[in-house]
Design a protein. Structure first.
Length: 310
């Protein structure tokens, strides 16, 4: 963490945790429905979970001061709003962007984050152990934190093209009291790693997988109905991992006429790997099917791929 604003945000998180704060973040559609009849916050969860406008008396002077120092307090007429959202991930609290995540540098956390964390908790203990785990496109760091809980002796590198995401990931990492870590602002895999870091032998990734007209970095997976980034990261893993290395990918696949096209291309890309691939949720982001660029898609499935290099 760097500077007073980061320390203030960390102190805010610590106070919420000490007071038993807990909030599970739903999909944006569920969020909109749940808050449709409420105009302002009634309590702490409304402020930092539901992202509702609030008056100063709802959180009190201490938290108001910390929000000002952390530069996360936004004026909305006579009320205020938080620029960040704080969500529960097991016993950890994860700070990320407030709802709605419409900004180009928004840092997303939601049901995909929970599925990714569950995927890693289920798969990593069966593999390895690994000495250096690289999280590509780490965002707020939820995946890496979940992985560190089951691989506490590993060195971690977290990368993202969004510096704001890595700033929040660093705060989340410190607040989770985890081990050695390196943060790198880059597209996927940094060219240079610290001299003291062991070679990367495990890569985890939860890439964006929606074809997003707004081209938000956390959401836009590019061509192939959003699968382009997933395939690009799979190619990088195939190039960089040593024998015995593992690639754990959580992503989404557009199903067209009953066919999962991503599955076939991934197997081809990871031809030197032993690949296990399965659907984790058969139907996610169904609202996207209303858009013209998904006219030929019957559903979007959340999928998990575990690839071990021969």
């Amino acid at each position: 963490m760097n500077g007073d604003s980061d320390r203030a945000l960390a102190t805010l998180i610590a106070i919420l945790k000490a007071n038993g704060y807990h909030f599970i973040t739903p999909t944006p559609a569920t969020h909109a429905r749940a808050t449709a009849r409420r105009t302002r916050a009634r309590d702490i969860r409304d402020v930092f979970g539901w992202s509702l406008p609030f008056s100063g008396d709802v959180i009190g002077p201490e938290l108001t001061e910390l929000m000002m120092r952390a530069a996360v307090l936004e004026q909305r007429g006579e009320l205020f709003a938080s620029r960040v959202r704080i969500s529960s991930l097991g016993d950890d609290l994860i700070v990320h962007s407030a709802y709605p995540t419409t900004q180009q540098d928004a840092v997303f956390f939601g049901p995909d984050s929970y599925r990714f964390a569950s995927f890693l908790r289920a798969e990593l203990p069966r593999l390895g152990p690994y000495t250096h785990i690289l999280d590509i496109g780490a965002g707020a760091g939820a995946g890496a934190i979940a992985a560190a809980r089951v691989a506490p002796d590993a060195y971690f590198t977290l990368t993202d093209i969004n510096p704001h995401a890595l700033r929040l990931a660093a705060i989340n990492w410190v607040m989770a009291h985890l081990g050695p870590v390196y943060f790198a602002v880059c597209d996927a895999i940094p060219d240079d790693l610290p001299d003291h870091a062991p070679p990367v032998d495990c890569i985890i990734a939860n890439p964006p997988y929606i074809a997003d007209p707004a081209h938000r970095a956390y959401r836009d997976g590019g061509a192939m109905h959003g699968a382009e980034v997933s395939l690009a990261w799979a190619r990088l893993a195939a190039e960089r991992l040593p024998s015995g290395g593992a690639f754990l990918l959580y992503t989404g696949s557009a199903i067209v006429n009953g066919e999962d096209r991503l599955k076939g291309v991934l197997h081809e890309t990871l031809r030197d790997f032993e690949v296990s691939y399965r659907e984790l949720d058969p139907d996610v982001f169904g609202e996207e099917l209303e858009r013209p660029d998904y006219a030929d898609v019957e559903r979007i499935a959340a999928v998990g791929c575990v690839a071990m290099k021969s």
